[in-house]
Design a binder for this molecule. Structure first.
Ligand code: URA
Length: 277
C-alpha cells in the first residue's frame, strides 16, 4: 500500500489508529459511554470480561452477559471524538452501537437518576456537517429504542422518551455561563428555545452517532442517566448510572433474541408479534 493510502486508513500494525483494535477483536454489540471509567463499570456488570485496547480516550473491554457477547468503548466528549470511535468500530466488526451516557434533562418532572431513551437528535454538533447537510435527520434505530424500553420495563427503571439536543459545547451551548460569567444572547436563550420545541435533554454525542449509523446502515440508539435537571437546577454526578448499565445489558440480550427471531422467520425487520411465534 502506498504512503498516501496509509494516511487514508491510519493503522498501527493491524489495529485502527485511534481505538487500537483489530478486525474481529470485538463482537457486534458495543456500548459507548463518554467516560473510560464507565467502561469498567460495564465490564464489572458482565459474567466475564477482558480489556481489548486502551489509547487516548478510547478504552475498550469485551465480555459476556447472560450468554451474549458484547463490548464497551469510551468515546471521550463531543462529536469529533465519537465520530472517530464510530468510524473505527464499524471497521472492526461492530454493527449495533448504543450510546450510554449522562445528560441534563429539560423537563421538570424528570428526576435525577431517571433514564432517558432518545428517539432522535437535534444536530447542533460540529462533526456531522462533514457527512450530510443539515436537513438529514439524526434518528435512533426503532429496534434499539424498543429493546431499551422493554429492558427498562424488565429492570423496573423510571424512564422517559424524547428528542435529544446534541451540542459540542457543555457551557455556553447548554445555557451555562462561561468563565467569569461570560454569556451571550444565544446561550441566554437556548434552554427556553429547546423547551418550546419539547426537547427532552441535552448532551454531546448522540446526533453524531445517529447520523453516521444511518449513513452506514447500522443500528444505533442512546440511553442516558439524568445527572442534571436544567429546570430544577439539581446536579448529582453518577446518579442513575448503575440502573442505566443494567438496562443496557438487558437491551442487548433482548436485541439478540429479536435478531434470532428475524433469522428464523426470514424477516428483515422486527415487529412485536414475532415474539409470540
Ligand atoms: N452531559 C451534558 O452534556 N450535559 C449535562 O448537563 C450533563 C451531562
Amino acid at each position: 500500500m502506498s504512503e498516501a493510502k496509509k494516511s487514508e486508513e491510519p493503522k498501527v500494525g493491524d489495529a485502527l489508529y485511534h481505538i487500537r483494535i483489530k478486525k474481529g477483536q470485538i463482537p457486534r454489540f458495543v456500548f459507548l459511554p463518554g467516560d473510560p471509567d464507565r467502561v469498567k463499570v460495564f465490564a464489572k456488570s458482565w459474567d466475564s470480561s477482558q480489556m481489548v485496547a486502551q489509547e487516548r480516550e478510547y478504552l475498550t473491554y469485551k465480555g459476556v452477559y447472560k450468554g451474549v457477547e458484547l463490548a464497551c468503548t469510551s468515546t471521550g466528549i463531543g462529536s469529533g471524538a465519537i465520530a472517530i470511535a464510530v468510524e473505527e468500530l464499524l471497521r472492526v466488526g461492530a454493527d449495533t452501537l448504543i450510546r450510554t451516557g449522562t445528560t441534563g434533562a429539560l423537563w421538570k418532572d424528570i428526576g435525577i437518576g431517571d433514564l432517558i431513551i432518545s428517539l432522535g437528535a437535534y444536530r447542533a454538533d460540529g462533526a456531522t456537517m462533514a457527512y450530510a447537510p443539515i436537513p438529514y435527520p439524526a434518528i435512533a434505530n426503532y429496534e434499539v429504542v424498543n429493546a431499551l424500553v422493554e429492558a427498562a420495563e424488565t429492570v423496573g427503571a423510571r424512564y422517559w422518551l424524547g428528542i435529544t439536543y446534541s451540542t459540542d459545547s457543555f457551557y455556553l451551548g447548554q445555557g451555562r455561563p462561561g468563565f467569569g460569567g461570560f454569556t451571550n444572547e444565544f446561550s441566554e436563550k437556548i434552554i427556553e428555545t429547546l423547551e418550546k420545541l419539547n426537547i427532552i435533554n441535552m448532551e454531546m454525542e448522540s446526533s453524531t452517532l445517529f447520523t453516521l449509523a444511518s449513513i452506514y446502515k447500522v443500528r444505533a440508539g442512546a440511553i442516558f442517566a439524568t445527572i442534571a435537571n436544567r429546570e430544577t437546577g439539581e446536579f448529582v454526578p453518577n446518579a442513575g448510572v448503575e440502573t442505566m448499565v443494567k438496562v443496557s445489558n438487558e437491551a442487548v440480550k433482548i436485541l439478540k433474541e429479536w435478531d434470532e427471531k428475524k433469522k428464523i422467520y426470514n424477516k428483515r425487520y422486527f415487529y412485536p408479534s414475532l415474539i409470540k411465534k
